[in-house]
Write a protein that binds this ligand. Structure first.
Ligand SMILES: [Zn+2]
Length: 108
């Protein structure tokens, strides 16, 4: 395993450009997740099955938007997606690609 990441200004610039383009998608994921859990809470509180149904709809939108980010974003060096599928993180905040260890953000 490599312990030192490689720094290439071209890779960093390319990633930052791609990540800023997906910012609104990330906001959509956060917003739909927020509404989904709000609906779940209200649905249980009001004991209304339709509101709980809305939770599934919003959760689906969140998953679809998250999948869209994953499909559209790839590491400019190894073309694999550097996002962790289990952690919801903003693409622009990712520091390096876990596949090829290239910096995606300037370390200094
Ligand atoms: Zn990579």
């Amino acid at each position: 395993m490599k312990t030192k990441a490689i720094r290439d200004p071209k890779i960093i610039a390319a990633w930052q450009l791609a990540a800023t383009g997906s910012k609104w998608q990330f906001k959509l994921v956060i917003a739909s997740l927020f509404i989904a859990f709000l609906c779940l809470g209200f649905g249980i509180f009001l004991q209304n099955i339709f509101v709980i149904g809305f939770f599934f709809a919003m959760a689906f939108i969140a998953l679809a938007a998250n999948a869209a980010i994953r499909l559209n974003l790839a590491c400019p060096h190894c073309t694999q997606c550097p996002l962790n599928p289990f952690i919801l993180s903003q693409p622009a905040s990712i520091e390096f690609c876990p596949h090829c260890f290239y910096w995606l953000k300037s370390p200094w």
